[in-house]
Design a protein around this ligand. Structure first.
Ligand code: FAD
Length: 413
């Protein structure tokens, strides 16, 4: 049966969802109030992280908690003013991160992650976007031997369990592999399977173009104009009214406000992040994550993108210059790069859930409405996978993975 489906939000998640639906013969309208791939799906570090089988847990060990609480560390920061409102959700995030609860979460996360590169390959198809993708993996780099040794032991165990290609390299080998590094470090872990994208927003635009080529529409419109229409849905978009049998909410961090206006109080929050881009004569061979400071040095098309770790804040809070400022200082200790490019400082928000799993599945109380959001640290990686899963659910096909762990109704229990 050919349905007409409206997909709300043209980030990596919504655009991939729309494309997966179109590849299954559905009539699709993708609606956003701006062009595809302009928000978080533009500003991220561009990694397609097939190694990220363990989602980012809330720190549960005392030294890390202390570094965060005392605001000395740089990888994770918070805005004190946001804590009263965030506390109930952070408490649930912390509980789900405890060892006894984390196992099933990681299992469900890995079930999605393992399909990441294959599903991107499928969507890349004949888009000609291969020029944007580099299949060189990425590296965690360590300044401290003890931290390197501890992470290497854990990484080997994870790699064995999930069949991931990786190598642990000492400081000399790292210096050889990454001549752009300006100081000798303790060592690195090179995850070899992941891909990196030179311009994440451009990749989303290529997927959107493939959708148009398949007959789908990409229209400007405000998601908040979505209304019920008989058994289906209607929205004001592209200067007219679009009617459809079903609608998918893929509004990234804005999904929280949107589903709230429909009466759903899902336990969502954001971890903000920043980037700044710099002219750089000698880019690193792969993206490098400074593990002490949570700073990613990501080679882009023609510049270096320095991205930060997580900042717990409310979506609408003012930007803070601290984390990005420190990140630039740490980055300059490692690489020689020049002045910032003309692009402004960028701030984004990772759309997170308290159990670290995205929400993929039917809206519990609205027939014909579907949810696909909450991809946290890995939405660029997971968009095509969760897009496939939701498309299969809408089309009544057997889904790629068991869908129970991702359904919104899990939060009712
Ligand atoms: C610093 C940083 C680095 C990251 N690095 C990586 C990485 O290397 N790899 C990785 O996998 N992930 C990474 N992420 C996470 C990733 O960026 C996100 O998980 C992902 O972009 C979320 O995609 P999305 O499509 O859900 O949301 P978005 O890309 O934010 O898309 C949501 C869309 O909804 C639209 N929208 C909002 N409100 C409305 C409305 N009312 N009407 C119409 N449209 C609306 C917006 O315009 C936007 O286009 C990183 C995130 C950050 C912050």
């Amino acid at each position: 049966m050919r349905r007409h489906v409206i997909v709300l939000g043209a980030g990596m998640v919504g655009t991939s969802t729309a494309l997966q639906l179109a590849l299954r013969g559905q009539d699709v309208t993708l609606v956003d109030h701006q062009a595809p791939g302009r928000e978080n799906s533009y500003g991220n570090a561009g990694l397609i992280q097939s190694e990220a089988v363990r989602p980012y847990a809330f720190p549960t060990d005392f030294p890390t908690l202390w570094a965060v609480a005392s605001r000395r560390g740089n990888a994770v920061r918070y805005r004190p003013g946001a804590l009263p409102r965030l506390a109930p959700r952070l408490y649930r995030y912390w509980r789900n991160s405890l060892q006894r609860n984390y196992g099933p979460v990681a299992e469900a996360y890995a079930a999605l992650i393992r399909h990441a590169t294959a599903e991107h390959a499928l969507l890349l198809g004949n888009t000609g976007a291969d020029d944007l993708v580099r299949r060189v993996g990425w590296r965690q780099i360590f300044r401290d031997r003890r931290q390197w040794a501890a992470f290497a032991t854990e990484a080997r165990a994870v790699a064995d369990l999930h069949g991931l290609a990786m190598s642990v390299t000492d400081g000399d080998e790292l210096a050889q592999a990454e001549p752009a590094l300006r100081r000798r470090l303790a060592g690195s872990i090179h995850w070899q399977d992941p891909w990196s994208v030179r311009d994440p927003g451009a990749l989303v635009e290529r997927y959107a173009q493939r959708l148009r080529d398949l007959g789908g529409r990409v229209l400007l419109g405000d998601a908040l104009t979505l209304q019920r229409q008989g058994a289906g849905w209607r929205i004001a978009a592209g200067g007219g009214i679009v009617e459809a049998d079903a609608a998918v909410v893929s509004l990234g961090p804005w999904s929280d406000g949107f589903v709230r206006h429909l009466g759903y109080g899902l336990p969502l929050f954001v971890k903000r992040g920043y980037h700044r881009q710099f002219a750089c004569a000698t880019l690193p061979a792969t993206a490098l994550l400074d593990m002490r400071n949570g700073v990613m040095l990501a080679p882009m098309q023609d510049c270096l993108r320095v991205t930060t770790g997580a900042e717990f804040a409310l979506l609408g809070d003012k930007p803070s210059p601290v984390q990005l400022g420190r990140s630039e200082t740490y980055a300059r200790e490692l690489l020689a790069f020049e002045a910032p490019t003309a692009d402004p400082v960028w701030m984004g928000a990772r759309p997170c859930t308290v159990d670290m799993l995205p929400v993929i599945g039917p809206a519990p109380r609205h027939a014909g409405l579907w949810f696909n959001f909450g991809h946290g640290h890995q939405g660029h990686t997971l968009g095509p996978v969760s897009g496939r899963v939701i498309a299969e659910m809408i089309c009544g096909e057997p889904p790629l993975v068991a869908t129970e762990p991702y359904r919104a109704s899990r939060f009712d229990r």
